[in-house]
Write a protein that binds this ligand. Structure first.
Ligand code: RAM
Length: 522
């Protein structure tokens, strides 16, 4: 699967929105973190990706180790870090008569320490893999790496010294950065230790993704995606309450729409605010959802007045995609995200996302007393009716999607979230889904989040908790320090990008257990 970008978009820059976003730029909080031990990474069939990190020696031993050519060590920082690495390197033996050639490999998971990055053959740029080859002419030296890394492990390999000198590494540390303030998070009062742990790791995942914007993943893609932002914002309202960061991100999307008024699916922040040339049907609509959730959390009327026209425009554009039956038009290219599940048809889940966002738009229009409210309400009736008439298969008792009448988890889950059937029917639909052997499945924590929330909204609380324990609990059992971008309990090396090496192991859209636990008092 790959992303094809066909169209060139003209960005319209709204200076006042961009300026507002700039004024809301957060201060980054820093903390010095030191490694906790030297480890060996060993092959282990039972471990995730077949590799495990094992304690080898205390870090203090490093200052006694003189490393020559081909020597190496791996450090474990004990937990996931996002920040800047530095270390002191001094020579031992004769005066250094040649430069030191040093290779550093920085990774979130043991597998990144074990499998050479040269073996990577996926379709995303291999430059996301974190490594450095450094030449140092003058020793002793203080090495301060300029790039920000996302990691738990650091491998140092001495590629060249000379026969006459060796090197000693000392004072290795990470200056970790985040815009999240842990002081603001209320401790949980729950007794279930697994839910407690899940909450903790979700909060850590969110914090590590909170930088100058809500990044999707601090290792990759390090940028602002609307679909991820929506879930991060929900988790944020229950934890850090850094509501201005959500506001900043909303103004950023609103600051650089295209000349048709559509917001981009994702933004680059540097060297200046740039809209990427990806448009996604569902992500654009999530501008409405994110604004709705922000307004519900803050009642910030000024922001709502500013941003409503952009939100409304996303709905109008989505409505333009409806056919004469009021059904969202399906197409081949990457037009709606929904999930990374291979072969997933996006039509029915996108229809449901439209219904979901349209309902929120109507609430916002109501809060604003906006004249568009009645137009939106009458569209909603047509679109819901159409979904029931054309996307419901009476015989199978499932929603179907696309010309091949595909039955998928995504379609059923999103139709439940769209809330077009009575609660008991939603619950029955989700229960039937559990028995359906041919339904197209789910690939990401992003989709699992929606599944769990659909269960909760249908009154299936115990099942929701059970699913969370299996899914996010499974990541914990597999050693997650922060929750991952991808996790398929049946195929743990799954990557939509062609290699598990490039997957992100601290990913925004995986941070929602804290939201689910705290919102629904699980
Ligand atoms: C991937 C990332 C990102 C997501 C997009 C659609 O690039 O995981 O978080 O929003 O896909």
């Amino acid at each position: 699967m790959s992303v094809q970008v066909k169209k060139e978009y003209v960005t319209v820059r709204n200076k006042s929105f961009i300026e507002k976003a700039e004024q809301l730029k957060p201060e980054l909080l820093t903390k010095v973190v030191k490694p906790v031990s030297i480890v060996n990474v060993k092959a282990d069939q039972k471990a995730i990706h077949g590799w495990t990190a094992e304690y080898a020696a205390p870090v203090s031993e490093l200052s006694e180790r003189e490393l020559a050519k081909k020597d190496s060590f791996i450090l474990d920082f004990g937990d996931h870090q996002v920040g800047y690495l530095s270390m002191d390197i001094r020579p031992a033996g004769s005066p250094p008569d040649a430069p030191l050639k040093l290779k550093l490999t920085i990774g979130e998971m043991p597998v990144e320490m074990a499998e050479p990055f040269e073996s990577y053959d996926g379709w995303l740029a291999g430059s996301w893999l974190q490594e450095e080859t450094i030449f140092i002419d003058v020793l002793p030296a203080k090495l301060e790496l300029p790039r920000r890394y996302s990691f738990r492990y650091v491998k140092a390999e001495v590629l060249e010294t000379s026969r006459k000198y060796r090197v000693v590494f000392e004072n290795i540390k990470c200056n970790s950065v985040t815009s999240a303030d842990y002081q603001a998070v209320k401790p949980l009062k729950y007794v279930d230790p697994l839910l407690q742990k899940m909450d903790e790791i979700s909060v850590k995942t969110l914090a590590d993704c909170m930088q100058e914007v809500f990044e999707d993943g601090p290792k990759r893609d390090r940028r602002l995606w609307l679909g991820d932002l929506r879930l991060q914002a929900l988790a944020n309202y229950k934890t850090f309450c850094t509501n201005d960061l959500v506001k900043r991100c909303l103004y950023m999307f609103a600051g650089v729409p295209d000349d048709n008024g559509q917001v981009a699916a994702n933004l680059f922040i540097k060297p200046e605010l740039i809209a990427d040339d990806i448009r996604l049907f569902d992500y654009s609509l999530f501008f409405v959802s994110t604004l709705y959730d922000y307004y519900e959390a803050t009642k910030d009327m000024e922001a709502l007045i500013d941003l409503w026209p952009i939100a409304l425009r996303q709905v109008e554009l989505a409505l333009e995609r409806l056919d004469e039956r009021h059904i969202v038009t399906d197409s081949e290219e990457w037009w709606s995200f929904i999930d990374w599940e291979e072969g997933l048809n996006k039509q029915a889940p996108s229809q449901a996302v439209l219904i979901y966002a349209l309902k929120q738009a109507i609430h916002l229009a109501d809060a604003l007393n906006a004249p568009e409210k009645s137009m939106l309400a009458s569209c909603l009736v047509d679109i819901v009716e159409a979904a029931k008439q054309f996307l419901w298969d009476e015989k199978q008792q499932f929603f179907i999607s696309g010309a091949d009448r595909q039955v998928s988890w995504a379609s059923q889950v999103w139709m439940v979230l769209a809330d077009i059937l009575p609660k008991e029917e939603n619950a029955a639909l989700l229960n039937r889904l559990l028995m359906a052997d041919k339904a197209v499945g789910m690939a990401t924590p992003y989709m699992y989040h929606h599944y769990v929330e659909a269960l909760l909204l249908s009154g299936e609380r115990e099942k929701a908790i059970e699913q969370m324990k299996v899914y996010w609990g499974g990541m914990l059992e597999d050693g997650a320090d922060t929750f991952w971008e991808l996790y398929d309990p049946k195929n743990k090396s799954f990557s939509p990008y062609g290699s598990h090496l490039i997957n992100s192991y601290c990913h925004a859209w995986s941070c929602t257990p804290t939201y689910l636990i705290r919102k629904y008092n699980l």
